[in-house]
Structures are given as C-alpha cells and as structure tokens.
Design a binder for this molecule. Structure first.
Ligand code: ZN
Length: 109
C-alpha cells in the first residue's frame, strides 16, 4: 500500500505507481504504508463501507416509517412510526457526517 505525500491518494499495489493517478506527482512522492498505518487505512475503508450500508438501511426505515405515518391507523402506531423515522434520520445523517469527516481528513483515501 502506497500513499502520495502530495495529495494523500492511497493505492494498493506491490510497487509505487510511476505517477499519482490523482495529482500527477512522480513516483518519488509515494511512501509505503506498513504495519499500523496500513491497518488504519484498511479499518477506515471497512468502517466507511459499513457506515454507507447503515445509512442505506436507515433510509429504508425512513420510507417504511413514512408509510406507517401515512396510513395512521391509531395514535400508538403513529407515534411508533414517527419515533422510528426521527431516529433513523438522525442515524443516517450522523453516518454520512462521519464518512465526510474521514474523506475531508484525506488521511485514509
Ligand atoms: Zn497525488
């Protein structure tokens, strides 16, 4: 795993690329990521993909909840669906914000 020191782009390969695919910096600008740094990148990528999965599921819950709210059978059901919608929106937004933080830091590609 290699990291461009200019733009933080990360590439998984045996050797550093001739040129950075993102910013065009030459091979010498790449440093190899090993050990803990490499593990951190891997963990961060896995976490980002889990966060995205979570956000998608929350969106599904929002839709289901909205249907329940629209049907409005009785106050108990309405309140449950409203609660579910509120919580799923919150979790979805938090997950997306977390992903954005990771991307902004540019640390982990
Ligand atoms: Zn670069």
């Amino acid at each position: 795993m290699w990291k461009c020191q200019v733009c933080n782009f990360i590439i998984e390969a045996e050797e550093a690329p001739e040129k950075c695919p993102k910013c065009g910096a030459p091979k010498e600008k790449f440093s190899e990521l090993t050990g803990e740094a490499k593990e951190l990148v891997t963990k961060s990528r896995e976490t980002n993909s889990l966060l995205m999965e979570l956000a998608d599921l929350m969106e599904e819950i929002e839709h289901i909840s909205q249907e329940g709210i629209d049907i409005n059978l009785d106050p108990g059901c309405l309140s449950l669906f409203e609660k579910a919608k509120e919580q799923s929106t919150l979790i979805k937004q938090s997950a997306k914000a977390e992903i954005e933080t990771h991307i902004e830091k540019g640390k982990w590609g």
